[in-house]
Design a protein around this ligand. Structure first.
Ligand SMILES: N[C@@H](CCC[C@H](N)C(=O)O)C(=O)O
Length: 260
């Protein structure tokens, strides 16, 4: 079978996009999904996303990590899917869609900047040297000083596979504060099992965590990731974070056909 794909990236977090509105994609073929994401034997990506029909909303998002397994929410992937839905004429400038963590609202402007509403957050675990929260995907957030030279893959894997998170694991974010409302972030992603150039649910977790532990008073935070810059804004009241938006570019790279 020949599969037509579209490649997108959001601040360097890259995805294979497939239009599955006709339900033709073999969704349980883990090996095929992993091969499509493989950078030597396939298209190459951090994840694969299916655009599907939804009975009431504009579309449905189905997300797989590059290991071929379906996973929890992907923020950058959601932003790229909004841009892809626009390219496919499914939406014009705004969208409501369903993902694994619930319903999302998004807008896309003329420059391709996608603003994606993320889930509300009210459960945050604060420990001595890290914070843990779920922003659609689970995230461990740790402040460090030597972020530039830090071995994110090695140190991230140690925490991801530690007893702290058991079999399910977690994504691991290392953070350095640059200014009151600017943070640099590097993320080890579960399911990719490596550092990626950006993680949308990760920077969302970092922004909320930094506000919660008092590192910033700002509710609009700039996050510098290896692949660019993202913005997260939110309302914060009584330890509850609502109207959380992840904002940044989502870019079409190329399209093609590959044998399954
Ligand atoms: N790249 C993502 C996160 C994708 C999910 C993650 N790897 C997991 O399995 O938890 C993002 O942009 O949010």
């Amino acid at each position: 079978m020949k599969i037509h794909f579209y490649k997108y990236q959001g601040t360097g977090n890259d995805f294979v996009m497939i239009d599955n509105r006709q339900n033709i994609f073999p969704k349980n073929d883990t090996k095929l999904i992993a091969r499509l994401c493989d950078r030597k034997f396939g298209v190459g990506a951090d994840g694969l996303i299916l655009l599907e029909n939804h009975p009431d909303l504009n579309f449905k998002m189905v997300y797989y990590n590059s290991d071929g397994n379906e996973s929890s929410m992907c923020g950058n992937g959601g932003r790229c899917l909004v841009a892809f839905a626009k390219q496919m004429d499914v939406i014009s400038n705004e969208a409501t869609f369903e993902a694994i963590d619930g319903m999302h609202y998004a807008t896309i402007d003329k420059e391709g900047i996608v603003s994606l509403q993320m889930m509300d957050v009210d459960e945050i675990k604060e420990e001595g040297n890290y914070t843990f929260l779920n922003t659609g995907s689970p995230h461990h957030v740790a402040l460090i000083e030597n972020l530039k030279e830090f071995d994110v893959k090695q140190e991230g894997a140690k925490i991801r596979y530690s007893d702290l998170y058991g079999k399910a694991g977690s994504n691991i974010n290392f953070v350095k504060q640059l200014e009151n409302d600017i943070f640099a972030v590097r993320t080890y992603e579960r399911g990719v099992e490596d550092e990626t150039l950006s993680c949308g649910t990760g920077v969302t977790a970092v922004a909320i965590a930094m506000h919660k532990i008092g590192k910033t008073t700002s509710k609009e935070i700039k996050l510098n990731v290896e692949g660019g810059t993202l913005k997260v804004k939110f309302d914060a009241e009584n330890n509850k974070f609502t109207n959380v938006f992840l904002i940044g570019p989502a870019t079409f790279v190329f399209e093609g056909t590959i044998n399954s």
